[in-house]
Structures are given as structure tokens and as C-alpha cells.
Design a protein around this ligand. Sequence first.
Ligand code: HEC
Length: 133
Amino acid sequence: MNRTILLPAFLLLFFAAGAVAAETQKPLPLGELPDFTISRGAPLYQRYCLFCHGASGAGDGPAGLSLATPPAHLGLIINKRSRKQLGAVILTGGRPNGLNPSMPGFDKTLSARQVEELLDFLRELGGRQDNPG
Ligand code: HEC
């Protein structure tokens, strides 16, 4: 009688522990992240980046339009820079990377994993723009 309750409880614990371990893992190398990171990156983009970089990443968000240096067209640059370069800009901002300082750094806001998720989403955005419709 007891065993039928204990087994599912044990399995649940086992999977919950696995999920926590996965969450605290180091970011995986390019191409090895599971697809769900794209859908995780989308809400992060909408929350932190859209108002400057625009809904499609073209640099035409409401705040971006008022900046002297327009925010990068992310769909166009995503395939021209290394993942490391892009990650550095997102974490530390424009200034330390030789870009305009109006690109803020997000190292206080985003985890390394969230940056990976954002990069996956941006790559998806870039793909969509190369291949419209
Ligand atoms: C306050 C406005 C603003 C916000 C918010 C913002 N950016 Fe930017 N971003 C800029 C500007 C302006 C530039 C262009 C800097 C330049 O070209 O010198 C830029 C440049 C970049 C670049 C570098 C492009 C290159 O040429 O290498 C990346 C990558 C980037 N942003 C990603 C993001 C991501 C991801 C977010 C959200 C987490 C974000 N930005 C939020 C304004 C913003």
C-alpha cells in the first residue's frame, strides 16, 4: 500500500533535483542548447531589450528611436559576431566593448544562462530576417 505512494513521490523528488542541477549548470556551447531556450529568451528580450532594439530587433524600439546612436539591428549583426563578443556586450554594455555607451550592461540583471537564452532567441530573429515570410 505504502509503496505505491512512495515510488511516485521519490520519482518526483528525483526529477525536481535534476531540474535544479540543470538550472545551475554552466552555459552549454553553441548549438548544444535545447530548443526551449529560444522561447525562454523571447520574454527576456521583450522585457529588457525591445524598447530600444524594437520588436523585430531592427533597432526601432520606442526608446531606441530617440537615441543619437541607433541601437544595433540585431537580426543583421547576430550572424556576423561571435557568440562570445555578443555575450560580452550584453553583460558589460557598449562602453567596454568599443561601442556606444547607451547600450547598457546587464550583468546585474541577467544570469549567464539568461544571456545564452537571449542569444539563442536573437539567432532565431536573425534567421527569420534572412528568410522573411
Ligand atoms: C537603452 C537602450 C538599449 C537597451 C535597453 C538595449 N540596448 Fe543593445 N544597444 C543599444 C545601442 C544604442 C547599441 C549600439 C551601440 C553602437 O552601435 O555603438 C546597442 C548594441 C547592442 C549590441 C551590439 C551590436 C554590435 O554591433 O555588436 C547587442 C548584441 C545588443 N545591443 C543587445 C542587446 C540586448 C540583448 C538587450 C537586452 C538584454 C539590449 N541590447 C538592450 C541600446 C540598447
